[in-house]
Ligand binder design. Structure first.
Ligand SMILES: CC(=O)N[C@H](C=O)[C@@H](O)[C@H](O)[C@H](O)COP(=O)(O)O
Length: 235
């Protein structure tokens, strides 16, 4: 029997390969090569956005794909797998797990998180709940999700901003939820990933620090500028 995706990711690295159309590496072929590189480096699963990228990645690597569809809807702050339409796209693409925004914010088309989960459940595809607070994690677990990810911490108006990972949220989710908790969001170094695991995270998702060179470059450039400022060489 093939191992369930949840078992496969245990204690491991998931690499998010995403570049929206305003990013320098936008393009399905590029995302597929990112996924190939991630696999070579030891990733056990890929997180990816949209059918086109997912199909290209599936051609290139045989790894489970955690799929999401990012789409902006006017009047709703929810953009990660907001409605059944996006779920249908992911089913067509053949993903191993579906990531959804599991915040309590209003969704487009009068959709609710509950109705979306009810729609996915009978399909037998595991659901990853992207949350920004521990309360959202607890509520998502009650609705039947298979794992919870700290993805949205810092990206809802009521969650704290951090320059690094939200370790407090990861720890609180681990303490309050019984489904696996995935650490995701601004995990920038191998040490961050190890720290998340030591707090009880089940697996770790790393995106920008591996697959967004413009952000990696910015981190270098800003840190170097800061150093010059400390030395008083830049005003
Ligand atoms: C907030 C949001 O829209 N996050 C997205 C979710 O899929 C991606 O843009 C992130 O890259 C991913 O969560 C991984 O996080 P980081 O890139 O920080 O390692």
């Amino acid at each position: 029997m093939t191992k369930h995706v949840i078992e496969k990711i245990k204690g491991s690295l998931i690499v998010s390969c995403q570049a929206l159309d305003d990013e320098p590496l936008h393009g399905s072929e590029i995302m597929a090569l990112m996924a190939k590189a991630a696999k070579q480096g030891g990733a056990v699963a890929i997180r990816a956005n949209g059918k086109e990228d997912i199909l290209a990645i599936k051609k290139e690597v045989e790894l489970p794909i955690i799929g999401l569809v990012k789409k902006d809807y006017p009047g709703s702050p929810v953009y990660i797998t907001a409605t059944k339409e996006e779920v249908d796209e992911l089913i067509e693409a053949g993903v191993s797990m579906i990531a959804v925004d599991a915040t309590n914010r209003s969704r487009p088309n009068q959709e609710t998180l509950q109705s979306l989960i009810k729609y996915i459940k009978p399909l037998g595809i595991p659901i990853m709940a992207d949350v920004s607070t521990v309360e959202e994690g607890i509520a998502a677990e009650k609705l039947g999700v298979d794992c919870i990810s700290s993805t949205l911490s810092g990206y809802t108006e009521y969650s704290p901003s951090h320059s690094g990972p939200d370790f407090k949220l990861i720890e609180n989710l681990v303490n309050c939820c019984s489904v696996p908790v995935i650490a995701e969001g601004r995990i920038k170094t191998p040490d961050h990933a190890k720290q998340a695991l030591s707090l009880g995270a089940y697996a770790v998702v790393v995106g920008s620090a591996i697959t967004r060179p413009q952000i990696i470059t910015k981190d270098f450039a800003e840190e170097m500028k800061l150093n010059l400022k400390v030395k008083g060489e830049v005003h």
